[in-house]
Design a protein around this ligand. Structure first.
Ligand code: FDA
Length: 396
């Protein structure tokens, strides 16, 4: 008889969810984490307010909002454990929340309320939680898994791997899930930092740097993918929700395009300004619509220092094109140091979409960010963690 029915590696969003569900089914559950406290990423998420789900993350409308080599894989778990089910849990615990924008639900108070809710439910479900423990080697012994934890060994019939991706190593992120997957013959797709600020080569950065702290609404595009959200200039390059979103699609060598006046016909605006205020410089005109320092930079790029009244239609059109289609070529991203998530991961072709169990290894499950399913910014990643953890918890 093994020591436990289920060992869950990782007391993050997906691991705690799996533990709650398996425990409620009467399974003897042990959740292990090397961090001192469970749910550390939940605690810092959403600027400390945890954007715990997105009302649009259902399997029907949300399907293109999850990136994966097989985008259909996530639909099963997402349709069985919906945002409404997590919202009910949050309400049951009396946690106040609000919709910020674009279906994103945030706690009114600190994100630690979500951590407390999950650890409470875990304990109520009878699960043991061991934090501050190192996970060592893992072996299959008969039908069971034998896991070295700290100085000892623990056995279980099922092993749920919920140790997340590589983002923010300083917080304890490791590639353990990928190593376990490879050990048991599962493939791992290429991983890369996602939902991450983008950086520029020194020449371009020199021009952008004076804008550090400036934020504006923009449409940022990469090919056919576009996001209209805030764009933030930093002393390293560009950030803000629009950039974080596009970073999941951008690849080295690609350019991105920025529309700084998404709701306007820039040519019409400039023409009207030329008629109304012919003696003004284009910078001054643009600063009616854009933050002043940004208007100055765009004015420098447009490079028409004279009065707007002297500019031909052709020159005005060239200026409008820059405002509507400012092309930038990032050299890289800030990497896993600041990435909110890891794109790629355990190849879904080796997993059963309903249970998250490895097809070739009965009893071995992978959930959450470790799997090759990555959501958009805005609560989609937590919804995936809850849903995939829940799915494994019904089966493990
Ligand atoms: P998660 O990373 O939560 O948990 C993995 C656990 O495994 C951790 O507790 C870790 O300590 C443990 N672990 C790792 N390696 C181990 C090892 N070798 N041995 C033992 N334990 C190990 N998403 C969202 O939807 N809304 C939001 O507001 C935010 N905000 C946000 C802010 C920031 C700064 C970051 C970095 C990320 C977000 N995210 C987010 C993304 C979200 O945090 C992420 O998608 C989920 O936490 C993934 O849940 P998992 O349970 O899969 O991994």
């Amino acid at each position: 008889m093994p020591d436990y029915d289920v060992i869950i590696l990782g007391a993050g969003a997906a691991g705690m969810m799996a533990g709650i569900e398996a425990g409620r089914r009467g399974r003897r559950v042990l959740v292990v984490d090397h961090a001192r406290d469970p749910g550390e990423k939940i605690r810092i998420s959403g600027g400390g307010r945890c954007n715990f789900t997105n009302v649009n993350a259902t399997h029907t409308i949300g399907r293109e909002r999850f990136l994966s080599r097989n985008p259909r894989f996530a639909l099963s778990a997402l349709s069985r454990y919906t945002p409404e089910m997590f919202i009910d849990k949050v309400k049951k615990h009396g946690i106040a929340f609000h919709e910020k924008t674009l279906g994103q639900l945030f706690c009114d108070g600190p994100a630690t309320q979500i951590v407390a809710m999950l650890t409470h439910e875990l304990r109520q479900a009878g699960a043991a939680i061991w934090t501050g423990r190192q996970v060592g080697s893992i072996a299959r012994v008969g039908d069971d898994f034998d896991v070295v934890i700290g100085d000892g060994r623990v056995t279980a019939a099922s092993l749920v791997v919920a140790t997340g991706g590589k983002s923010i190593p300083k917080m304890g992120a490791t590639g353990l899930a990928y190593d376990i997957a490879r050990q048991f013959g599962l493939s791992v797709t290429e991983t890369r930092p996602a939902l991450v600020p983008l950086m520029f080569e020194p020449g371009a950065l020199e021009k952008l740097k004076p804008l550090a702290g400036v934020s504006t609404n923009a449409v940022v595009s990469h090919g056919k993918t576009r996001f209209e959200e805030a764009l933030l200039f930093t002393h390293r390059g560009l950030s803000g929700p629009a950039i974080l979103q596009i970073s999941s699609y951008w690849r080295e060598g690609d350019a991105i395009s920025v529309d700084l006046l998404p709701d306007e016909d820039a040519m019409e605006f400039l023409r009207a300004a030329r008629k109304a205020s012919p003696k003004l410089h284009i910078q001054t005109i643009l600063s009616e619509k854009l933050p002043k320092r940004l208007a100055q930079l765009i004015g420098d790029i447009i490079d028409q220092p004279g009065m707007i009244g002297d500019l031909s239609d052709k020159k005005l059109q060239a200026a409008a094109n820059i405002v509507k289609n400012w092309t930038l070529k990032p050299v890289g991203s800030e990497g896993y140091r600041t990435a909110e998530v890891t794109l790629g991961g355990i190849d879904t072709k080796g997993l059963d979409a309903k249970t998250m169990m490895a097809r070739a290894v009965p009893g071995l499950y992978f959930v959450g960010e470790a799997v090759d399913v990555t959501g958009w910014l805005g609560g989609y990643n937590f919804q995936w963690a809850w849903a995939s953890g829940w799915a494994a918890g019904q089966d493990a």
